[in-house]
Write a protein that binds this ligand. Structure first.
Ligand code: XMP
Length: 514
């Protein structure tokens, strides 16, 4: 997204690039991550307020180590090199870098020797986070050292005339006590940013960008009701109104009242152009007799594509497909230096669709993180229960019904799930949990109700805390809340006489049961 004030982060392959970008945005400056192959011409065109060179796994003396055109350093645009970025600067400006005898990894006491600009207001001594095996052994002629640690003589340097700065530690990680303040100094004392970037300005820029990319064409969007596709829909709607065609497919394995709710929120309240396709019977027919989890997933994925494609054709002449891809999705499917590499995660959304339908992609959230997307949704006035929704898998309840998926079993799980979410919301735990939901097991158990013997279904409550779903802990929900949920389920849902709580973490379990 074009911005008047932009900070460029050059991606030298650091695992912390995402963090650098979001720290810059937290300081109200707009930021974009670019490949080191970016040309001098392109940099001049963008005219950034500052450039941050990220860390990375390479050594500057390696043949294929990533580097930028050195002329970029002579443009007078402030530059901050972090870790490998600093070593690149040292090497490029006439200093020397060598493999250190002692690798420095973890906490290091940072001692500030020169507390002007970059270290202005920073205590003389503070904790910093280091992760490097190379070391600057000769400081370039024009550079002055600004800080050291017990192991690293030059932990920061500057060429103030050229506005070039380097830090060996990582200011972007929370372990570096003064990291945010140091980045603030770079952005405001050195780059002279005005700090006018907000989510509201992001909306304006995004709307303009969408309008200029899409022109007068039509755009289709697969709306799932989850946070990402919902925020994308509302943003696209702001930009192109009725030329956005959202398709919501009821696949029969959705949560209670989902289709009604989506229609109510998007079509009625937010005035989004929406087509709800009720394909529930079709999906359930396809799922009949299927118990293998992967086959369930495949059937649901393929049928979705099939139906979506049909609907898109009906709209006629749509040229674009809008998707709620976020920054972590982008970075996970790209290599460090901006080139293509093995995809870590295959996307479950509408994978394969654009290629087949020859649609161009519009991904207005691709520079943002999940929590920023939520802020964006709030800024656009979207209802809280959408913006703060927990993730829900594409294959829906089908991967939470162990065994065959039938309408009757879906109906039971819908009621169970509704009670769980409802009770969790009442306690204020909903936002703290990554997910909380019910699972229908393929067994029955004996119970007693009144004086009657019962032989009915067993359901599990699954609730986890997590940062990113890669790892997760089972949530330590207080017993009285679990008791209330269990009691309500058994009393209110016909056909269930036993509730169990899943106390497994990921790994070795997964969040979903299938
Ligand atoms: P697991 O079960 O692998 O899930 O620990 C990790 C996270 O991913 C979600 N999930 C999916 N999301 N399509 C999706 O959009 C899928 O096929 C899918 N499978 C799992 C799951 O809910 C959890 O948040």
């Amino acid at each position: 997204m074009a911005s008047q004030e932009i900070i460029l982060v050059i991606d030298f392959g650091s695992q912390y690039n995402q963090l650098i970008a979001r720290r810059v945005r937290e300081h109200k400056a707009y930021c974009r991550i670019v490949s080191p192959r970016i040309s001098l011409k392109k940099i001049k065109e963008i005219n950034p307020k500052g450039i941050i060179l990220s860390g990375g796994p390479s050594s500057v003396y390696q043949k294929n180590a990533p580097r930028i055109d050195k002329k970029i350093l002579r443009l007078g645009i402030p530059v901050l090199g972090i870790c490998y970025g600093m070593q690149f600067l040292a090497n490029a400006c006439g200093g020397r870098v060598e493999r250190a005898k002692k690798r420095e990894y973890g906490y290091a006491e940072l001692m500030v020797d020169d507390a002007r600009d970059l270290f202005s207001g920073i205590p003389r001594q503070s904790q910093s986070w280091m992760s490097h095996g190379d070391k600057i052994i000769k400081v370039p002629p024009n550079m002055v050292p600004l800080a050291h640690t017990s192991n690293t003589r030059v932990a920061a340097f500057a060429d103030r005339d050229a506005k070039i700065y380097g830090v060996q530690f990582h200011p972007e990680v929370a372990h570096t006590e003064q990291g945010m303040a140091i980045l603030w100094n770079f952005l405001y004392r050195i780059c002279r940013c005005s700090g006018d970037w907000t989510m509201a300005s992001f909306i304006n820029e995004a709307v303009q960008e969408i309008q200029s990319v899409v022109g007068d064409e039509k755009v289709v969007l697969g709306l799932s009701g989850g946070v990402d596709s919902s925020v994308t829909a509302v943003l696209m709607n702001k930009a192109i109104g009725k030329r956005l065609y959202c398709v919501f497919v009821d696949n029969g394995v959705l949560r209670k009242d989902e289709a009604v709710r989506v229609r109510d929120v998007f079509a009625k309240r937010l005035k989004v152009n929406l087509k709800v396709v009720d394909a529930s019977k079709h999906f359930l027919r396809k799922l009949k007799g299927i118990t293998d989890p992967e086959r369930k997933r495949k059937i649901i994925g393929n049928e979705f594509i099939h139906i979506f494609e049909k609907e898109a054709k009906r709209i006629g002449n749509a040229k674009f497909l809008a998707q709620g891809t976020l920054y972590p999705d982008v970075i996970e499917s790209k290599s460090a230096f901006g080139g293509p590499s093995a995809t870590i995660k295959t996307h479950h959304n509408v994978g394969g669709l654009p290629k087949k339908m020859k649609l161009k992609l519009v991904e207005p959230l691709r520079d943002l993180f999940k929590d920023e997307v939520r802020l964006l949704g709030e800024e656009m006035g979207m209802p809280e229960d959408i913006v703060w929704r927990q993730p829900f898998p594409g294959p829906g309840l089908a991967v939470r019904i162990v065994g065959e998926v039938t309408k009757a079993r879906c109906d039971i799980l819908r009621e169970v799930d509704y009670i769980i979410v409802n009770e969790i919301k009442k306690t204020g735990l909903y936002r703290k949990l990554w997910q909380s939901f019910g699972v229908l097991l393929p067994i029955k158990s004996v119970g007693v109700m009144g004086d009657e013997r019962t032989y009915e279904h067993v359901v599990a409550i699954r609730a986890v805390t997590s940062q990113d779903a890669m790892t997760a802990d089972w949530a330590k929900i207080p017993y009285d809340i679990l008791a209330k949920i269990s009691n309500r389920i058994i009393n209110e849902v016909d056909g269930v006489n036993r509730v169990v709580y899943d106390i497994s973490s990921k790994p070795p379990s997964t969040i979903e049961w299938e």
